[in-house]
Ligand binder design. Sequence first.
Ligand code: MG
Length: 156
Amino acid sequence: MLIGQGIDAHRFAAGRPLVLGGIEIDYDRGLAAHSDGDVVIHALCDALLGAAGLGDIGHHFPDTDAAYEGIDSRILLRRVMDALQERGLGVHNADLTIAAQAPKLAPHMAPMRALLAGDLRCPPERVNVKATTTERMGFTGRGEGIAAFAVVLLDQ
Ligand code: MG
């Protein structure tokens, strides 16, 4: 077994869709980023790459590369999974936490879990997605952005 963790944070920006865990969420702001700003998938990719000893998402998909401008982060996630699969690695389970003061994320947890399990090539029961506010403290609490945390366990 190999364990990995990943964290990511992005600032809110007007005029962008909000995409979290591959799900587009109705909100008046999105997240600023070179890609689609999917902070959940970025944290997850870093946890997967970390467990596999393959560095980080910025190394594999640099934000200076025009090829990744506005890219659907699920494409990056699937590429990370391809790299793991080539090395004989698969996901045992993943546990994700999203820190956001708003919007309300509870209705999106189940679809997010199903979608991510598909990309992670494992059963939905092995992917847990949680959301929390930070009680109005810190950058997430002030509504400046969203942070995500991921822990994964890989099977060899
Ligand atoms: Mg990111």
